[in-house]
Design a protein around this ligand. Structure first.
Ligand code: ADP
Ligand code: MG
Length: 572
């Protein structure tokens, strides 16, 4: 392998040459205590920066066995190092010429602790950092000396400060791992306690703003405190007993006046599928892993989805057991979202009336009297919620401020008042008995959903001569080949790197897992299994530090939103 000196020599030798000369430095270099790989060299100073990888051997990184052991601690340790490295590499980043010259960047984690390809720890303790660097140029001429300073001095120093050894802040790293391990353990414990979610006493749920996911300043936030009757104690391996609100399986309503904190509580439940960092305010707020936020999304495309449990007898006689449209309505989009979530194993639906289609959620007695059942294609959610719990074991947590008819189908009613929860189950049940709604139950038996087998040829990211073209336009909108893929309705995505990974995973699914016969669930479970076994990097043949972990739910939801998707429907 070449040495650091040889890299310096190569870089000074190409000083002043055309930018293409940088291609000659692609390769691997032994920098004594770690190996630097230049995996991809950008074509010009304005193109996406070059891809680099640093590999620190286990004995150099020195991560102790208690942080390599349970996978959850290893994930936490990697997340910790990624956060530190993001700071150090940002400090090494500066303008060193034209375009992106001198830029150094690694994925910057946000409030959640995710597996990411930007920093991976091997089973043996090897640490790999994947990041990008803009190789310096003036105009389109190589700035060899600047490149030398950057690649053999500034970047290695930044890397060493965090990774050689990786235990410089061992106490802080252990605290991070303890928290993440506790969070994961609480989540694991939900099932046996008959809960779908847990929000600890002392949590800070509100965020700084609609575009800033950090917690609201402590002096402005009302601290969360569970009502006595819904308070549970759970055991965490490191910090012991934790108390808080336990949301039971079944149908739970979150009610309360406008602006009293309903959606904020639901949002905490939505993101409880992830572990949060210390200081987030939602540490140890956990939700069952297969809880899926459902919302209306009119205008989306739907490909062959069985929405017949919610919608039958459309005006033009469309087959709703195999329903396709390029332009869904609010209600059909919400019905499709539920069917798609169930298709890949959702166990809990999270719904906010703020983002729901009213006619999908409820049809009250007066409307039932005016519009005959035969003329209304929709069986509203209120008439399916209990059935779904009874027959499929699928729970629902639902924010309602307006539709008291839901009291009749609720097992638990949580009232938010001035940002604090109360147990209103008894009062709501009592009111349900005293004030009858006179609405009649609609809909018959639940019919098992038809499954879908996607055609891999319809998952196509080609563009011009490029076999794969994926461009992230906004954090939630992707140009996938030549089509726009809008993931803004997938509210449980928390990092752009997840969107990037999902888009890439769709290509991988089409190449490796979809064959025209495999169902959405069959194919995507194979893909998720491959990731579990071999790491998130399997979705891309190239070395890339751009990816963060995602669930099968968001992957399937993205597949379902591809406007080109073609499926064959398989009766159950
Ligand atoms: P709702 O859904 O009941 O209308 P939201 O959950 O949207 O209410 O909350 C309304 C506002 O109150 C938001 O700006 C939110 O950030 C803020 N908020 C929510 N919970 C708290 C809290 N615990 N302390 C302080 N402000 C809060
Ligand atoms: Mg709300």
């Amino acid at each position: 392998m070449k040495t650091s000196d040889e890299l310096s020599k190569s870089l000074t030798a190409i000083d002043g040459k055309g930018y293409g000369a940088y291609k000659s430095v692609k390769g691997s270099y032994d920098l004594d205590d770690f190996v630097l790989h230049i995996d991809h060299v950008q074509g010009d100073p304005f193109a996406a920066p070059s891809r680099l990888r640093a590999v620190f051997a286990a004995d150099v990184a020195g991560i102790p066995s208690d942080l390599l052991g349970p996978p959850v601690r290893k994930r936490a340790a990697a997340d910790f190092l990624n956060r530190r490295l993001a700071g150090e590499l940002a400090a090494a980043s500066r303008n060193r010429g034209s375009g992106k010259s001198g830029v150094v960047r690694i994925l910057r984690p946000r409030q959640c602790v995710l597996e990411r390809t930007s920093l991976a720890i091997g089973h043996d303790g090897t640490v790999t950092a994947r990041f990008v660097a803009g190789l310096p140029a003036r105009g389109r001429r190589v700035l060899g000396r600047q490149a030398d300073e950057m690649l053999t001095s500034a970047i290695p120093q930044a890397l060493r400060r965090v990774l050689a050894p990786a235990t410089g802040e061992l106490d802080a790293m252990r605290r991070h791992a303890d928290l993440v391990q506790d969070s994961a353990a609480l989540r694991d414990a939900l099932g046996e306690r008959g809960l779908v979610a847990f929000v600890p006493d002392g949590a800070i749920l509100p965020r700084r703003s609609g575009v800033d996911d950090r917690p609201l300043a402590a002096d402005r936030a009302v601290v969360f405190e569970a009502p006595e009757r819904l308070r549970v104690s759970l055991e965490a391996p490191n910090r012991g007993t934790v108390t808080g609100l336990g949301i039971p399986e079944g149908i739970t309503l979150i009610v309360g006046g406008g602006y009293h904190g309903k959606s904020t509580l639901l949002r905490a439940i939505e993101t409880g599928i992830y572990d949060h960092i210390e200081g987030d305010g939602r540490e140890l707020a956990v939700t069952v892993p297969d809880a899926v936020k459902i919302r209306a999304e009119d205008g989306r495309s739907v490909a062959g989805v069985d929405i017949s449990n919610f919608i039958t007898g459309l005006p033009l006689g469309e087959d709703t057991a195999h329903f396709s449209t390029a332009n869904a309505s609010g209600s059909t989009s919400q019905a499709a979202a539920i069917a798609e979530a169930l298709e890949v194993g959702a166990t809990c639906l999270l719904i906010d009336e703020d983002t729901s289609a009213t006619n999908f959620m409820i049809r009250d007695a007066r409307m039932q009297a005016l519009i005959h059942d035969d003329d209304e294609p929709i069986t509203p959610f209120i008439d399916r919620a209990r059935q779904m719990h009874r027959e499929l074991g699928v729970s629902t947590v639902l924010v309602v401020g307006g539709a008291g008819d839901y009291f009749d189908v609720a097992d638990t009613v949580i009232g938010m008042r001035r940002y604090l929860p109360a147990d209103l189950t008894e009062q709501a049940t009592d009111i349900g008995r005293r004030i009858e709604t006179e609405r009649v139950h609609e809909g018959g038996d639940w019919s098992p959903l038809r499954r879908r087998a996607p055609d891999p040829a319809s998952v196509d990211a080609r563009k011009g001569k490029k076999p794969v073209s994926i461009k992230i336009q906004t954090p939630t909108r992707v140009l996938f080949g030549t089509q726009e893929l809008d993931l803004s309705a997938l509210e449980q995505l928390v990092e752009e790197a997840q969107v990037r990974a999902i888009a890439r995973a769709l290509v991988h699914a089409a190449e490796r897992h979809l064959d025209g016969d495999r169902t959405v669930r069959g194919a995507l479970e194979r893909l998720m299994g491959e990731i579990r076994e071999r790491g998130l990097g399997v979705i891309d043949r190239r070395e890339s530090g751009d990816y963060a972990a995602f669930r099968i739910h968001e992957l399937a939801a993205a597949l379902s939103r591809l406007r080109s998707l073609q499926v064959r429907s398989i009766p159950e």
